[in-house]
Design a protein around this ligand. Structure first.
Ligand code: NAD
Length: 272
């Protein structure tokens, strides 16, 4: 296995929802960069422990623990930060990744389905960002590990830009994340805090399994991707490492689209 540059050595990173999919790949990639990792899970205890074990045993780089926390619960999020700080000393990077989809046509969407998606995808990211900001400001600069006071990375989606019929709760949560991320940057950049988003396109994970296991649906999906391949979680892991590291020091308040060109509206490539 190729061990990367240890760009995150002696930094502590929390990745929410990292027992599966994109979060899992992000946690492993950050671990390979030498970070101390908190692998957060909501329901997948065994899977989260496997990710933490992999970082501890296989990566030969960072050190990791798994912590249970429902990101939509203020009490749980505060507890997760408390445990992290007591175990590793501080938090340097927070990747607010946990997210869900509960799909309904809007005129039939139960309030519960609207609220649950907003609670996890938006309020959960707010709660994690708030606790991260508090910790960055409390701890002060650690010039020996990073040029920034701290880094927040929100896992957004191409649907912060592309409307999504039948998924309005999800699209609304991701659209709102854009303003959350930019407002954090505006307020805290002068403190040397960086806040950015990653907006994945279609990435092969459990969240969209029904699309990529079905050949007909997969073919339709590929029409939306100019690069003609469905993304893999590691495509996001490498971007998260770069955003968390000093290599991207001057990148702040922006969304990096990792989507094979999906946001270039390929439907218009033949003049619409
Ligand atoms: P996934 O279902 O594998 O991952 C979501 C994770 O969030 C799971 O581990 C789940 O247990 C966790 N989670 C759910 N509710 C939680 C809660 N209340 N508290 C803590 N954790 C909770 O799917 P994924 O594709 O890896 O999704 C990760 C993120 O990427 C989400 O924010 C999603 O919106 C975003 N995203 C995914 C895609 C894609 O194509 N896969 C595209 C754009 C954006």
């Amino acid at each position: 296995m190729q061990i990367p540059n240890q760009r995150l050595k002696n930094q502590t990173c929390i990745v929410t929802g990292s027992s599966s999919g994109i979060g899992k790949a992000v946690a492993k990639s950050l671990g390979l960069e030498g970070a101390n990792m908190v692998v957060n899970y909501h329901s997948g205890k065994k899977e989260a422990e496997e990710v933490a074990d992999w970082i501890n045993n296989e990566s030969r780089c960072g050190s990791a623990i798994a912590i249970k926390c429902d990101v939509s619960s203020e009490k749980d999020v505060k507890e997760m930060f408390k445990k992290t700080i007591s175990h590793f000393g501080t938090v340097d990077v927070c990747v607010a990744n946990a997210g869900i989809q509960i799909d309904h046509p809007l005129h039939e969407m139960p309030l519960k389905a609207w609220q649950k998606v907003i609670d996890v995808n938006l309020t959960g990211q707010f709660l994690c960002a708030r606790e991260a900001l508090k910790e960055f400001l409390r701890r002060g600069m650690r010039k020996e590990v990073s040029k920034s006071l701290g880094k927040i990375i929100h896992m957004s989606s191409v649907h912060e830009e592309i409307p999504w019929a039948g998924h309005a709760n999800y699209a609304a949560s991701k659209g709102a994340l854009l303003m959350l991320m930019e407002s954090i940057c505006q307020a805290y950049a002068h403190k040397k805090i960086r806040c950015n988003s990653i907006a994945p396109g279609a990435i092969k994970t459990d969240i969209n399994k029904e699309v990529w296991v079905d050949e007909k649906e997969k073919k339709e999906l590929l029409k939306l991707i100019p690069y003609k391949r469905i993304g893999i979680p590691e495509d996001i892991g490498s971007v998260a490492c770069w955003l968390a590291s000093d290599e991207s020091e001057y990148v702040n308040g922006t969304t990096i689209f990792v989507d094979g060109g999906m946001t270039c509206y390929p439907g218009f490539s033949t003049n619409g």
